[in-house]
Design a protein around this ligand. Structure first.
Ligand code: ADP
Length: 408
């Protein structure tokens, strides 16, 4: 907190007697005082002097104190300076209310009692000091957060290069392994190569998620929308993971009440959303369980539900899992590694499409992630694109499922 000498109060009053009276009280209390005789001078001095408090007469010769208040609050350089309105003319309750609505923080009717003035000024300056310190702390925290985000964005890109080199080198190594004659050595190398590949994919997934996360935070995430048949898209993605899911003795069902529904969306993001929800459903469902992907036509929007008969999510954790870095700690599923970023990205991607993600879940019985996606089409100058799963979808799927499946 500043000591009184470091505190500056600007007194705005056209009456020299009033200015002198107020200046004397505040100077005696140890405050630095500046004076202005009209509204325009007050606005200029507020910007230059940046006082800690303004005592502002409402009845001024040029513009009213109310207008001065409004202009001070509209200017980012002066918006946080507290204002004490004083008046002998505007004494009705509605004047008081109007002053506060214009941005004043307090109101005093003349004649002013010196003790009341000192008490009010002390309280207002105490609050101003706390608010200023909070603002500084917030600015520092924002700056530190920006540095952290920038570092995360840089490091994620830096990590991507070596990991891509590892995966490419591994592909070359796999070609060479094929020529090895000894079956024993070949099998061992295949096993170790598989481990390297799976763990490289897990790193790629983490890095991709971090990159997307930083892009969302900085508002630089690209959406490339096309008018596509969302039913076929979701069906193709679901079927593409069927053998993976079924190899875990989990039944996978796709069902829809509509054959075709054209909507504008980013097919890449839809792939990420679906792979994420399907891999989670697989991760948290035991052998013998079932995953059902249902699509329901609601005319202006489409519902996509990814429902599993897995471990479910407790009421307490339902909201938390859409936040970042959170994983519900379930010791029976600790082999289900992950960073806890996936669902927050899924939620952001759905919201970027104007949609909504909700969760219905009963702990111990299963979960149902429900996507509500609006049906909108865009003017596409180019000819209509037929969606097909991206050519590298097998790799993409393996990356998304890398927490669960060994790669071959
Ligand atoms: P990650 O990126 O690590 O896969 P997510 O954000 O996708 O993490 O998921 C966060 C947490 O939400 C998971 O660790 C798990 O506790 C819970 N969760 C997500 N999907 C399911 C599901 N289908 N069944 C049970 N729990 C789930």
């Amino acid at each position: 907190m500043l000591n009184n000498k470091e505190v500056n109060v600007l007194i705005v009053d056209d009456d020299p007697f009033n200015r002198h009276f107020l200046t004397r009280i505040l100077s005696n209390a140890g405050y630095g005082v500046k004076e202005a005789t009209c509204g325009e001078e007050a606005l200029v001095k507020a910007k230059i002097e940046k006082p800690n408090l303004i005592i502002l007469d409402v009845n001024l010769p040029d513009i009213t104190g109310y207008e001065v208040c409004e202009q001070l609050k509209l200017n980012p350089n002066t918006e946080f300076i507290p204002i004490l309105n004083i008046t002998a003319t505007y004494t009705k309750n509605e004047d008081w209310v109007h002053g506060l609505e214009c941005g004043a923080d307090n109101y005093l009717i003349k004649p002013i009692d010196p003790n009341v003035l000192r008490a009010i000024v002390t309280t207002m300056l105490k609050n101003e000091s706390i608010e200023r310190q909070l603002r500084i702390a917030l600015e520092e925290a924002d700056a530190a957060n920006d540095i952290k985000s920038q570092f995360l964005a840089n490091i994620s890109h830096e990590l991507k290069t070596p990991i891509n080199v590892i995966v490419s080198a591994l592909q070359m190594a796999n070609i060479i392994v094929k020529d090895i004659e000894s079956l024993d050595i070949k099998n061992k190398l295949d096993k170790y190569n598989g481990m390297i590949k799976q763990n490289s994919y897990r790193l790629i997934r983490l890095i991709n998620n971090l990159i997307d996360m930083t892009k969302i935070d900085s508002g630089f995430i690209n959406m490339t929308k096309h008018n596509i048949d969302i039913v076929k898209t979701v069906e193709d993605i679901t079927l593409s993971v069927a053998s993976f899911v079924e190899s875990k003795q989990i039944e996978l069902i796709f069902d829809t009440d509509v054959e075709e529904k054209i909507t504008a969306c980013d097919p890449n993001k839809i792939e990420t959303i679906m792979f994420n929800l399907l891999s989670n459903a697989t991760k948290f469902t035991d052998a013998g369980g079932k995953i059902t992907v249902n699509m329901f036509d609601r005319k202006e929007y489409i519902i996509i539900s990814v429902k599993d008969t897995g471990i479910g999510i407790s009421d307490e954790d339902k909201d938390k899992i859409f936040g970042r870095f959170l994983q519900v700690d379930d010791t029976s599923h600790r082999n289900s590694e992950g960073s806890g970023i996936g669902l927050s990205l899924v939620k952001s991607f759905i919201e970027m499409h104007g949609g909504k993600l909700t969760l219905e879940s009963t702990y111990g019985k299963g979960s149902n992630f429900i996507i509500k996606l609006p049906i909108l089409t865009i003017d596409e100058t180019k000819e209509k694109k037929e969606y097909s799963i991206s050519p590298n979808y097998v790799d993409k799927m393996k990356i998304e499922f890398s927490d669960i499946y060994a790669c071959s």
